[in-house]
Design a protein around this ligand. Structure first.
Ligand code: PMP
Length: 351
């Protein structure tokens, strides 16, 4: 071994879902939105003046920050934007999780959390969800270095009522509590409502799911101005120009079209209701889904076998070979046509 080798920061990276690019594939594996972004995004792209690319973008991302602040009815000093919520969450980890005490997150959750914790040398403790994949708030009462969880959770799709989140906040007023709301638009009330009462709460959302813009990479956090200032200090110490010119313009366009946004979200929720019925009729069970995906298991057909059979048909879903969830498939809600193809295949396969 060479002397410099043990100075290398060694990390086990996050494994993103595969991004196959095959004609006629049905891609239900990374929770993307099957519908295009708002029509205004297309127009803004068509009329985008490429001369703007000559110049650095606004480092404050003012256009996007202001649009989001207006939309959510918060101050401009309460919004932080980043390159997807992965970037926002990474900055939040670096900014807020600096204690010797472990941060807490669920044992079954977004698998990037332990990766950032390891990368930034943050100790952590996983808190086991119940058999039904519910968060037990009392697990989060002991002293800790911070708390983070998604709501709805991934990959279970389960949504926790705000009372659960408030219970956790009530018992954690001396640390930062991050609620990762990547999928909130498909579920119930957002924790944004609690911001007035808890200045240690940071709510993180994304344009990748409900706004159909995973490819653009836009995420944001809303919280107390002191938290946002601290995150910006870290960002400016790392990379000032994270948001490119097109992301600023197209992101702002996407937020403006609330009618289209609601229409798309409702279509996905309706298809999800249909998918629930279809999965049930085939004998699958699942936690009540709150996101744009459903986490299914079958008493007779091993998930890994189904995963491979679907893949052979160019139908991609997500399988996690991890304790407690290794007999589940996470299936993104696609268009009605895509779901029909999925169920036609499953019905045939499971006959
Ligand atoms: N949080 C959760 C819970 C997710 O599932 C994802 C999607 N992989 C993200 C955050 C990150 O999404 P993005 O970086 O596209 O905003």
């Amino acid at each position: 071994m060479k002397a410099w080798q043990d100075k290398i920061r060694s990390v086990v990276p996050y494994t993103p879902g595969e991004q196959p690019n095959r004609q006629n594939m049905i891609k239900l594996n990374t929770n993307e939105n099957p519908y295009p972004p708002a029509p205004g995004v297309r127009q803004a792209l068509d009329s985008f003046d490429e001369d703007r690319l000559r110049l650095y973008p606004d480092p404050t991302a003012g256009l996007l920050v202001n649009t989001l602040a207006d939309y959510y009815g918060v101050g401009k000093d309460q919004v932080f934007v980043g390159v997807g919520s992965d970037d926002v969450l990474a900055v939040a980890f670096m900014t807020f999780f600096n204690s010797d005490k472990p941060i807490f997150f669920p044992d079954i959750t977004y698998s990037f959390y332990p990766v950032w914790a390891d990368l930034f040398r943050v100790p952590y403790e996983k808190k086991a969800l119940t058999e039904d994949f519910a968060i037990r708030p009392e697990d989060y009462y002991p002293a800790n270095g911070g708390v983070i969880f998604p709501n709805p959770n991934a990959p279970t799709s389960r949504y926790e009522e705000l009372s659960v989140i408030e219970d956790i906040l009530e018992h954690n007023q001396d640390v930062i509590v991050i609620v990762d709301e990547a999928y909130i638009d498909f579920a119930g009330e957002s924790a944004l409502k609690l911001l007035e009462r808890y200045e240690n709460l940071l709510v993180v959302q994304t344009f990748s799911k409900s706004r159909s813009m995973a490819g653009m990479r836009i995420g944001f956090a809303i919280g107390h101005p002191d938290l946002i200032r601290a995150m910006n200090d870290v960002k400016y110490s790392f990379n000032s120009y994270t948001m490119n010119q097109t992301a600023l313009v197209l992101g702002a366009e996407a937020v403006k079209d609330e009618v289209y946004f609601k229409e798309c979200v409702n279509k996905i929720i309706n298809t999800r209701e249909r998918a629930k019925a279809e999965f049930s009729s085939l004998g699958f069970t699942y936690p009540e889904p709150g996101a744009n995906f459903i986490f299914v298991t079958h008493p007779e057909y091993p998930a890994q076998e189904l995963f491979a059979a679907l893949r052979a048909q160019d139908i991609y879903v997500r399988y996690f070979n991890q304790p407690r969830i290794d007999n589940y498939l996470r299936v993104t809600i696609g268009t009605d046509e895509q779901m029909t193809a999925l169920f036609n295949f499953l019905r045939e396969y499971m006959r």
